[in-house]
Design a protein around this ligand. Structure first.
Ligand code: AMP
Ligand code: MG
Length: 495
């Protein structure tokens, strides 16, 4: 008997479709010719309480490609707006995605199950509603890498090819990504209703977010300002975590910032190899708006756009609402810096807080600047330096004198620390990864899959990235930057 006849494959409970009518459009996926599962995330299926054996099948491929609506699903395309590269689009929305429904995971957390690339919707504008295999695999790999690094993120449950060729620069294999998110509510979701002057729906949405993500605030007298504060706190944490690992999102439009505080909508994202605060990978980010060093400021800018939508809820008196929201927004960068500094302390092997720590953390970055130092290797090798072997990290610097000056100050600061050197080094290796999703490795894995139908390299890379903090001597090459002299890396928008 097929598993679906024994019990439903998914125990859906679809609060967004049920409680927020008018926030989305019920819709169906386009039929595709030949769904085939190329990757299935068994570990994630398990945390969701799903039957992996039943879903890692042709029947699962049909569901994840959108050809079959599983029992209990209520597929909808969600409405949202957004500032894209600073310009406001009042109508974006799920132009190539459908929210199938919500699941309660084993921890009791509500999770969205969304298909991305499932065909045109009323929000598609001029797009085809589809996704190509390369960007689907990039999102799969990057999301899993981030998850293993302990960074909040949406995650891939499955990637399927559709048997269709879609048109991009040239023909590309079509694919659909089944992804899991704490929710898909974006800053742009609030903007959609605020831009229409529909303050009732902004309030309904805020109440929904509070119930779903911040139930502690249900008792608050000032719940909407507190909601803004909670979202700022999550973003401050998130962006600090990105900065620590050299992650560049690449397209931090307000429609790509989730209220949940998860990293969402992996497009032209990448991890930085050589440290350079101005690093930009996206081919469409001509002015470097979303460069590495700009990310905290852009997050603050996006949060100010969220604050604007909440003003009528924060206080009936507009002047007072603005004053109160502004205070929260102004606090964002300080909160971010605090999270960043806390993270840097751990990465520097410091357990106590001393006034000079900020300068010490900034000093390490300053020493790296202009030196072609690989960011990830520098932090990782610092652990060996904490145990007395500074040579490996020093060797990364074109001019070792810059490192030596900084190193002397760091050693003096470490003298104030109670932990033994080996213990300190072990703690540093738990936060500074050996393995990130290196661009050249990601590209090679995507090329093998797209050009040759070979998922082997993607699977190997996924396995390595699942244990980023462990030395994996058999995969030592995956820790290395690309060979010098390679062309500067660019990512494309992933549409
Ligand atoms: P993104 O750049 O993926 O964050 O998407 C920005 C907006 O464009 C969203 O409203 C998407 O739904 C829409 N979009 C992106 N690609 C497509 C596509 N191929 N077809 C239809 N809509 C799309
Ligand atoms: Mg998006």
């Amino acid at each position: 008997m097929p598993p679906s006849l024994q019990s439903p494959l998914f125990a859906f409970d679809n609060s967004y479709a049920r409680d927020l009518p008018g926030f989305s459009t019920p819709w169906q996926a386009a039929r595709v010719p030949r769904p085939a599962l190329v990757l299935f995330n068994r570990a994630l299926a398990d945390t969701l309480g799903l039957d992996a054996d039943a879903l890692d099948t042709p029947e699962g491929a049909d569901i994840f490609a959108g050809n079959r609506v599983p029992d209990g699903a209520t597929p909808i395309a969600q409405a949202y707006a957004g500032h894209q590269f600073g310009g406001f689009s009042p109508q974006l929305g799920d132009g190539r995605a459908l929210l199938l429904g919500e699941l309660i995971d084993r921890q009791g957390q509500r999770r969205d199950l969304q298909l991305k690339g499932s065909g045109p919707t009323p929000y598609s504008r001029r797009g085809d509603g589809k996704a190509a295999l390369g960007p689907v695999l990039r999102e799969y790999l990057m999301g899993e890498a981030m998850h293993a690094l302990g960074i909040p993120t949406t995650r891939a449950l499955a990637a399927v090819t559709t048997g269709e060729q879609i048109r991009r620069d040239g023909p590309q294999p079509g694919a659909v990504l089944a992804r899991i998110a704490a929710s898909h509510i974006r800053v742009g979701t609030f903007q959609f209703f605020a831009a229409r002057g529909d303050h009732d729906r902004v309030r309904q949405l805020a109440d929904y977010v509070i119930a779903r993500h911040d139930p502690d605030l249900l008792a608050s007298e000032d719940r909407y300002l507190d909601l803004l504060r909670a979202v700022c706190e999550r973003q401050a944490r998130l962006v600090a975590a990105w900065m620590q690992v050299g992650f560049i999102h690449g397209v931090m439009n307000t429609d790509n910032m989730a209220l949940s505080g998860e990293t969402i909508d992996y497009g032209p994202c990448a991890f930085m190899d050589r440290y350079d605060p101005d690093t930009v990978f996206s081919s469409i980010d001509h002015h470097g708006r979303y460069a590495y060093a700009n990310q905290p400021g852009i997050a603050g800018w996006n949060l100010a756009r969220l604050a604007e939508t909440l003003l009528p809820l924060i206080d009936a008196d507009t002047e007072r609402a603005i004053a109160r929201a502004t205070e929260v927004i102004h606090g964002f960068l300080a909160t971010y810096e605090q999270h960043w500094l806390d993270g840097q302390r751990t990465r520097l092997g410091l357990t106590r807080a001393e006034p000079e720590d900020l300068a010490l953390a900034q000093g390490f970055l300053a020493a790296m600047e202009g030196q072609s130092v690989d960011f990830t290797l520098a932090w990782r090798r610092l652990a060996a330096a904490a145990e007395g072997d500074a040579q490996p990290v020093r060797a990364l610097f074109a001019d070792p004198a810059a490192f030596d000056r900084w190193h002397a100050g760091w050693q003096a600061r470490l003298a104030l620390e109670p932990a033994a050197p080996t213990e300190r080094a072990a703690a540093m290796r738990r936060v500074s990864p050996a393995f990130i999703a290196r661009n050249h490795r990601v590209e090679a894995a995507l090329a093998a899959a797209v050009d040759h139908g070979d998922l082997g390299p993607a699977k190997t890379l996924l396995a390595v990235l699942a244990r980023p903090f462990d030395e994996q001597p058999e995969h030592a090459d995956f820790a290395l930057p690309p060979s010098p002299g390679g062309a500067p890396y660019q990512t494309f928008c992933g549409t």
